[in-house]
Write a protein that binds this ligand. Structure first.
Ligand code: PAF
Length: 286
């Protein structure tokens, strides 16, 4: 498939209008590039939900904090374009910095409840940057459907909430986390893993899986499930857990004592320079 590439807004508008006038549905997969199988599965899911698929690649400076990896974030445009084309993506939007943040840019989107919890606690301003860029991209692309990976669970929920609160006319879909054969959740930052760090990285998903399996066997007590996951992490001294929590799936409010509805266990941990996040949904059976 030939991948159309748009850098400027008028070319993107023309693409959008041609689909609109033909009555075709457009699905959108926003990314920061350095694409992996998780992104590709979103593109494939997008194909099943629309007539045409567009991705974007924009490494958004406002979602990186001071000292984070904005400058060294992997930029692999040629490989990304080839992977998108192969996955059946029709177009990619590659906005430049001034398109997204023109001079004198002043308006930011914030969620005043959820943005400082979980990942927001250690990444102040991160979700303000994410929500702002996502709203801008949605306004520029005007898709019918937009897809986000559930690996970034809090991000996905915050985007759903923004779209709902601000009446943005788009349907948000979440894509399942894609994992390496050893269980490690795919992430563009996995390439930062140093030799010898893999066993510790893999313990993150193993801990969550231990909790998930115990939950499936009928255990509902939050502390029991958290202790089980923590035991796996503690066996790897290089893992520094930032948070481990069981929350309600939709609101991300912490579940107290016992699980009674759809929940999710979420973790963020540091492994040397690398910060890893992962989660697994704890869905009630029956
Ligand atoms: O998940 C990402 O890659 C980014 O946070 C997103 C949604 C593309 C916004 O920059």
């Amino acid at each position: 498939m030939i991948l159309q590439t748009f850098v400027e807004i008028p070319a993107l508008d023309a693409f959008r209008l041609s689909l609109f006038s033909a009555g075709k549905k457009l699905a959108f997969v926003p990314t920061m590039g350095a694409l992996h199988e998780g992104h590709i599965s979103l593109v494939k899911q997008a194909r099943q939900n629309a007539d045409a698929v567009i991705a974007s690649i924009f490494v958004n400076p406002s979602q990186f904090g001071p000292g984070e990896d904005f400058n060294r974030y992997p930029r692999t445009l040629t490989e990304d374009a080839a992977r998108l084309a192969e996955a059946g993506c029709d177009a990619v939007f590659l906005p430049n910095l001034v398109t997204i943040y023109p001079d004198n840019f002043q308006t930011w989107v914030r969620n005043e409840v959820l943005e400082n919890d979980l990942c927001g606690a250690s990444r102040p301003g991160h979700f303000r940057g994410v929500l702002t860029v996502v709203l801008k991209l949605l306004n520029l692309v005007r898709p019918d459907v937009a897809l986000f990976g559930k690996k970034d669970y809090q991000q996905w929920r915050l985007i759903e909430k923004m779209v709902d609160d601000l009446n943005v006319p788009v349907k948000i879909l979440g894509g399942e986390t894609v994992r390496e054969p050893d269980g490690l959740a795919m992430s563009s930052r996995n390439r930062y893993l140093q030799d010898g760090e893999r066993p510790a990285a893999v313990a993150i998903s193993r801990g969550l899986k231990a909790a998930l399996e115990k939950f499936r066997s009928g255990e509902l007590k939050v502390q029991v499930l958290l202790d089980l996951a923590s035991k796996e992490f503690a066996a790897q001294p290089t893992i520094k857990v930032e948070y481990l929590a069981i929350c309600e799936q939709a609101s991300l409010a912490p579940v107290k004592e016992s699980i009674s509805g759809a929940a999710v266990i979420l973790v963020a941990a540091r492994l040397g320079e690398l910060r890893l996040i992962d989660n697994m949904e704890l869905n009630p059976v029956g």
